[in-house]
Design a protein around this ligand. Structure first.
Ligand code: DTB
Ligand code: SF4
Length: 334
């Protein structure tokens, strides 16, 4: 099997055997695959903006925005504020601006508002990503027409564990949204959260489902649970660091040309832990913005310090693994 081979037929036995490799061996394999498919010392940075906080009708037990246990609902952010945030993100070096809304599915009015936002982001020459809930085919096509580059919709965990942490929505519906997004020709961003009481088998099964989709998601966020007070998962244990890094390495090996993103929970990861994740094949982060959704992100100062320490460059237009342009670090401090 070459280092670039893209497979959609991973079995549990194969993935489990890889997971059980000695740690250095696993990270080394992942690093080799990373180097064969991406420019080295280069990561992609996206900035996340929550445009509709709280009031979500779903009961996801990790989330701080559910009506069952989350923060109170706020109105939709204005187009002006989105443009302001996108300009700032671009100035800070982000190549993509991501909007999140806590809806089950966008209404016609919501979708129209989001489409205006997507167009405004594109007009700033940034990539646009949104995560606004379930989509049908028609909605996905409208978003594609508006120029949307990525749609984020996580599978979150294995199908088996999902039913234990979210009861108001189904795994199948999530897979169906991914299908609609794919069919519309929008890049898929889909990953999950570690640390929700799942077993290692659940984590492997999540990766297998993602890698065995008809196309690998172009972007795979791997979050560590941020324990939010008041949510059913507020007292979960921290994910073991070595187990987390092993999952990053597996994601890199199984989806060799996809961006693997560190997102939620990076605040809980010391710089050396993040560095090992980059060694194991992570090559994207959510950068900047004071918050991710409802919890604080790593400060831009701390991130800049790490980028300088590691001498990292940034992908400017990361549409695919084959047409990267990279910009040097100095652009960030200009
Ligand atoms: C993703 O996988 N992680 C982001 C984004 N997609 C929407 C969200 C992280 C949230 C972290 C906890 C919070 O602030 O609510
Ligand atoms: Fe709603 Fe998404 Fe939070 Fe679930 S994770 S409660 S769908 S905002």
């Amino acid at each position: 099997m070459s280092l670039q081979t893209v497979r959609h037929d991973w079995t549990f036995e194969q993935v489990s055997a890889l997971y059980d490799e000695p740690f250095m061996e696993l990270v080394w394999q992942a690093q080799n695959i990373h180097r064969a498919n991406f420019p080295i010392n280069t990561i992609q940075i996206s900035t996340l903006q929550n445009i509709k906080v709280g009031g979500c009708p779903e009961d996801c037990s990790w989330c701080g925005q559910s009506v069952y246990h989350g923060v109170k609902s706020e109105p939709l952010l204005s187009l002006e504020k989105v443009i302001e945030g996108a300009k700032q993100a671009k100035q800070n070096g982000a190549s993509r601006y991501c909007l999140a809304a806590s809806w089950r599915s966008p209404t016609k009015r919501n979708l129209d508002s989001v489409i205006e936002m997507v167009k405004a982001i594109k007009a700033l020459d940034l990539e646009a990503c949104i995560t606004v809930g379930q989509l049908n085919q028609e909605q996905a096509e409208k978003l594609k027409e508006a120029g949307l580059d990525f749609y984020n919709h996580n599978l979150e965990t294995s199908e088996n564990h999902f039913a234990k942490v979210s009861t108001t929505r189904s795994y199948d519906t999530r897979l169906n949204t991914l299908k609609n997004v794919r069919a519309a020709g929008i890049n898929v961003c889909s990953g999950g959260i570690l640390g929700m009481g799942e077993t290692i088998e659940d984590r492997l099964n999540l990766l297998i489902t993602l890698a065995n989709l008809p196309e690998h998601p172009q972007s795979v966020p791997v979050n560590q649970l941020v324990r939010i007070a008041g949510t059913p998962l507020e007292n979960e244990q921290n994910v073991d660091e070595f187990e987390f890094i092993r999952i990053i390495a597996l994601a890199r090996i199984m989806m060799p040309t996809s961006y693997v993103r560190l997102s939620g929970g990076r605040v809980q990861m010391p710089p050396l832990m993040q560095t090992l994740c980059f060694m194991a094949g992570a090559n994207s982060i959510h950068f900047g913005g004071k918050k991710l959704l409802v919890t604080p992100n790593v400060t831009t100062d701390a991130d800049q310090a790490l980028f300088q320490q590691l001498k990292l460059n940034f992908v400017q237009t990361p549409q695919s693994a084959c047409n990267h342009k990279t910009i040097p670090l100095t652009v960030l401090s200009a």
